[in-house]
Design a protein around this ligand. Structure first.
Ligand code: ADP
Ligand code: MG
Length: 244
């Protein structure tokens, strides 16, 4: 049995009086890629946001490594250092260079040495083919380049778990491939990831496990290839047809 990095048990989330996540249960194994699919409004982003404390939740629990997280949990700061998140809008600091954006967390939050953090940042920039942009400002980059920098910035904190929420959704089509390739590279390096995406070919390629969400419930959980080749539920079949 592979080691579990994350276990979500009976997670319930409300916005006001509306319950938007109902009894969510799943596990993420170390070194695996889990893809969260489902129609718009099904609760994918809310699930991801509960996993790094951007949203509190009503009941249930999240176990990440040996930390048990219950509603009202207060020690997110330490947990977040292990969980990197990248979402649709890359929120780079506009008045800082690429390298300063990347080094901010490692130096200010993690108090690492400048030499060591800089060496790692340069290594990561090389991996995403943006070494030449170290001293550029975000406005000088394309959307795809900014998103690759946002990924590097998250990786520079050495997280054990990465969350990706529709990171290519706001990119021009010609920018999408380069960003997906970075994530594929991380999958090959056995980074543990939870990925929300509308790119079905990409999802099929990287998913070890698929969770299919509808109306705040996981209605299907399958091995990646199984979900795409033989979805178990009619809803998943319809969803896949609609994505063609
Ligand atoms: P998805 O990411 O799958 O599109 P979301 O997690 O964003 O879905 O949304 C799930 C449900 O929660 C939707 O009904 C949405 O309208 C609602 N919701 C999301 N964010 C908020 C919020 N901040 N306040 C109230 N309702 C919200
Ligand atoms: Mg969303």
């Amino acid at each position: 049995m592979a080691e579990k990095l994350l276990t979500v048990s009976h997670l319930v989330k409300n916005y006001g009086r509306q319950e938007v996540l109902h009894d969510i249960n799943f596990t993420v194994e170390k070194g695996s890629v889990t893809v969260l699919l489902g129609p718009s409004g099904s609760g994918k982003s809310t699930t991801i946001r509960c996993l790094n404390g951007l949203e509190d939740f009503h009941s249930g629990e999240i176990q990440f490594k040996d930390q048990v997280i219950k509603p009202g949990f207060k020690k997110w700061q330490s947990v977040r250092q292990d969980i990197g998140m990248v979402f649709q809008s890359y929120d780079l600091f506009p008045n800082r260079t690429v390298i300063d954006n990347i080094l901010l967390g490692p130096l200010k939050v993690q108090k690492r040495s400048k030499d060591e953090a800089l060496a790692q940042a340069r290594h990561l920039l090389k991996e995403v083919q943006l070494s030449d942009y170290e001293n550029a400002y975000p406005r000088q980059l394309s959307g795809g380049q900014k998103q690759r920098i946002a990924i590097v910035r998250a990786l520079a904190l050495n997280p054990e778990f990465m969350l990706f929420d529709e990171v290519t959704a706001s990119l021009d089509p010609e920018m999408v491939r380069g960003v997906l390739e970075v994530i594929e590279g991380l999958a090959r390096q056995k980074m543990t990831m939870l990925v929300v995406t509308h790119e079905m070919n990409f999802a099929k390629q990287i998913a070890d496990k698929v969770l299919f969400l509808e109306n705040g419930k996981i209605v299907e959980e399958s091995a990646g290839h199984e979900f795409f080749d033989h979805p178990k539920t009619q809803r998943a079949q319809e969803f896949l047809n609609s994505m063609d």
